[in-house]
Design a protein. Sequence first.
Length: 180
Amino acid sequence: MSSDYLDIDTLSGMSPIREAVFSLGSNLGDRFAYLQGAVNHLRTTPGLVITGISSVYQTTPVGLVDQPDFLNLVVTADTSLASTVLLERALAIEEAFDRVREVPGGPRTVDVDLIAVDDRQIANDFLTLPHPRAHERAFVLVPWYEVDAAANLFGHGPISGLLWTLDRNGVQRRDDLRVE
């Protein structure tokens, strides 16, 4: 895939509806309020209609493990927006909640990752789709499976099959928390 990929639908003026998958996480401050706020921001995005919100999961950190546990969830949406616009919106939501990027993989108020947009395959300096590590992350796949058990991660296959390869011990559903 070329590093200077251009979204052909943007050039043609067409706006097909595609499914986008976002993974949201927070491990600083009022984690639940940050998740609810991020979902509210996604909900008010023109050209994006939320179709599913998973339960909230408490998860142990991956990579830099000396930090508080995360609350995570997955949001699915139908959208006519270009993938780059979706990423820009995700970054704007993080900025609205004062996301600081001091340490890679470090603690954060909110993280909004664009995981997949249908079968879009993009690799450039700004965006990689599908998310390059989504297939390795139970904190993404467990809530995504809850929302859409038949989902496929382009290039990796059904998420139901991917889940069997992952340690899910650090991913616990929080039935006491529900994002609206």
